[in-house]
Design a protein around this ligand. Structure first.
Ligand code: GDP
Ligand code: IMO
Ligand code: MG
Length: 429
């Protein structure tokens, strides 16, 4: 029986991690975020009511859980406080005593968002299609050792650090990007108040998690984004600015991972991507449009339409290899219901040669042509199905094909956005 489970997206994000983390949270004592920030949008649907979380761990709807935000997360404190207010307004109680924010988290300030937007809008540069939430600029400052941390927001030293950072950012904004400068006085007033409101949630999360692990408590690690957006192992430079792999979970929360830890990869039954970057199986035709419509594929953070395409098993197999994930849960199988035939990509063609591995160079990946196998579709409404034995045969074959190709076990199939829409096959914990 494992003590910990890590949930990671194995594509380009939005695989349905929030829903799976909410489901697994019934089992967990602690749910923690360890990387990313409010570029994430995790959607939970409970009793027909939708909740979208960007920063607070997706275990929060279960009152018994403690929710930790570790040092690896970059935190926009205004978004954090707004999310708390929204949860309180929806009737969730005692949040101060179960949501803990690490004092080591780096803070996303308005100048990070302004820089993110200015860089994305600049002519001649690479447009990543970021969420413009200031994620990249905040991680840059962390690496450059001029970042401002949550602990600074609560201390007098904040003013001096902020002033020197703002002076530099204003030069960049004004001189390099022709963007409006940011007023120091307004910002100091704003963040002084934010610091006061944040204080009740701030803790030494590293130490708290250590104690929970020592006490044998069950830990659920919630990944954001997906393996293919990892800063090193994703489709660089069309990636996010953090490590999204399971190996980040111990670092990003500041406590060793329990020995018995299971990694679960969340895989959408087809593929989506938001923003720029290579996407071999993208469908720019009516089929792609149909997937977007039936899958409601619009970003939970920015509302942007998601690019849609067939399941790319070469990409998934690569994601499993670099992350060490051996268990999968497949989401949005219901979206494929009614299609006569389904295609899955099992190799790429590059310069006339067949490749069965995922190229490391984004330019090569941009040029590959997918090689497909065609599988039979299913017409059944999957929401009615609760038992593995009742899974329609073509879906069973689709699952068997994925298992054979990737070597990973598909433990469950998600059949709708609701917490109850799931068919368990073999739970790995
Ligand atoms: P995350 O970022 O990985 O948590 O995923 P998002 O919440 O951004 O996007 C997943 C979307 O699909 C959300 O709107 C979910 O409510 C929805 N969803 C999750 N699982 C399923 C499923 O099995 N079927 C359908 N139809 N929708 C799902
Ligand atoms: P969840 O956790 C999908 C994408 C952006 C952009 C790139 C860099 O909901 O799965 P950033 O703002 O991080 O600098 O943007 O990464 N991206 C996501 N795409 N789901 C996400 O999170 C994402 N977070 C970032 O669209 O292409
Ligand atoms: Mg999302």
């Amino acid at each position: 029986m494992p003590q910990a489970v890590v949930v990671i997206g194995v594509q380009w994000g939005d695989e349905g991690k929030g829903k799976i983390v909410d489901q697994y949270s019934e089992w967990a004592d602690v749910v923690g975020r360890f990387q990313g920030g409010n570029n994430a949008g995790h959607t939970l649907v409970v009793n027909g009511k939708q909740t979208i979380l960007h920063l607070i761990p997706s275990g929060v709807l279960h009152p018994h859980t403690k929710c930790f935000i570790g040092s690896g997360v970059v935190v926009d404190p205004v978004v954090f406080l707004h999310e708390i207010e929204t949860l309180k307004a929806a009737g969730h109680k005692d949040l101060e005593s179960r949501i803990y924010l690490s004092d080591r988290c780096h803070v996303i300030l308005d100048y990070h968002k302004a820089l993110d937007a200015a860089r994305e809008g600049a002519k001649g540069g690479t447009t990543i299609g970021t969420t413009k939430r200031g994620i990249g600029p905040a991680y840059e400052d962390r690496a450059a050792r001029r970042g401002i941390r949550v602990t600074d927001l609560l201390r007098d030293g904040f003013v001096e650090k902020f002033r020197s950072n703002l002076a530099e950012k204003n030069v960049l904004l004004e001189k390099l990007y022709g963007a409006p400068v940011i007023s120091e006085k307004e910002q100091l007033d704003k963040y002084r108040e934010v610091g006061i409101r944040l204080a009740p949630y701030v803790r030494d999360v590293s130490n708290l998690l250590y104690e929970e692990i020592q006490a044998g408590k069950k830990i659920l690690y919630e990944g954001a984004q997906g393996v293919l957006l990892d800063i090193d192992y994703g489709t660089y430079p069309f990636v996010t600015s953090s490590h999204t792999l399971p190996s980040q979970c111990a670092l990003g929360l500041g406590a060793r991972k329990p020995k018995e830890t299971v990694f679960v990869g969340v895989m959408k039954a087809y593929t989506t991507r938001v923003g720029s970057g290579p996407f071999p199986t993208e469908l720019r035709d009516a089929m792609g449009e149909q997937l977007r419509e039936s899958g409601a594929e619009f970003g939970a953070t920015t509302g942007r339409p998601r690019r849609c395409g067939w399941l790319d098993l070469v990409a998934v197999r690569y994601a499993l290899r670099v992350s060490g994930i051996q268990h999968l849960t497949m989401t949005k199988a219901d979206v494929l219901s009614g299609l006569k035939e389904l295609k899955v990509c099992t190799a790429y063609k590059l310069d006339g040669r067949i490749l069965d591995t995922f190229p490391n160079d984004a330019g090569d990946l941009e040029r590959v042509e997918p090689v497909y196998e065609t599988l039979e579709g299913w017409a059944t409404d999957l929401k009615e199905i609760k038992k593995a034995a009742d899974i329609p045969t073509p879906l069973k074959k689709y699952i068997a094909f994925i298992q054979n190709f990737t070597g990973a076990e598909v433990g469950s199939v998600s059949t709708g956005p609701g917490r109850e829409n799931v068919i368990e096959i073999s739970r790995p914990f």
